[in-house]
Design a protein around this ligand. Structure first.
Ligand code: 5GP
Ligand code: ZN
Length: 136
């Protein structure tokens, strides 16, 4: 695995993912430990660890992709709102040191529920079927 980075390996197709969207710059796929139905990660294909070592150009392009994917999630899922999260460094809860934006769809009935970074492993068959519905 190049540079020992799991998300680089996913971007290179060496590790499978439940893909939602892909273009020349980014890949978006379901988080395998979803905080909520449709929890999606958007990563740049090129490795950087977080906000500070990513070029302004890439960040600008990334946020437009995050917007596109969020719009897709909102169109397909029951989704009253969504959180965009992006952790920098272990102290902030970052566990995978490759830049990624979390998009977490939320329902009105969830409003009081805290997002927890504890692992909640998803059901792989469900994630596969969900990614097929969401892919665009
Ligand atoms: P962080 O805490 O670094 O912001 O978030 C990393 C996220 O990546 C976690 O929510 C975790 O569930 C997810 N994750 C870790 N390894 C994999 C993987 O191999 N595939 C997918 N789809 N998600 C992963
Ligand atoms: Zn990487």
């Amino acid at each position: 695995m190049k540079n020992n980075c799991v998300f680089c390996a996913i971007a290179a197709g060496e590790i499978p993912c439940f893909k939602v969207y892909e273009d020349d710059l980014v890949l978006a796929y379901l988080d395998i430990n979803p905080f909520a139905e449709g929890h999606t990660l958007v990563i740049p294909k090129e490795h950087s660890t977080g906000i500070l070592d990513t070029s302004p150009e890439t960040l600008r392009e990334m946020i437009v992709r995050v917007q596109k994917v969020a719009a897709r999630l909102k169109d397909v899922l029951p989704c009253d709102g969504f959180n965009i999260l992006q952790n920098n460094g272990p102290a902030a809860g970052q566990t995978v040191p490759h830049l990624h934006f979390h998009i977490v769809p939320r329902l009105g009935s969830d409003v009081a529920a805290d997002i927890s970074f504890a692992n909640h492993p998803g059901d792989m068959d469900h994630l596969k079927a969900l990614a097929e519905r969401l892919r665009f």
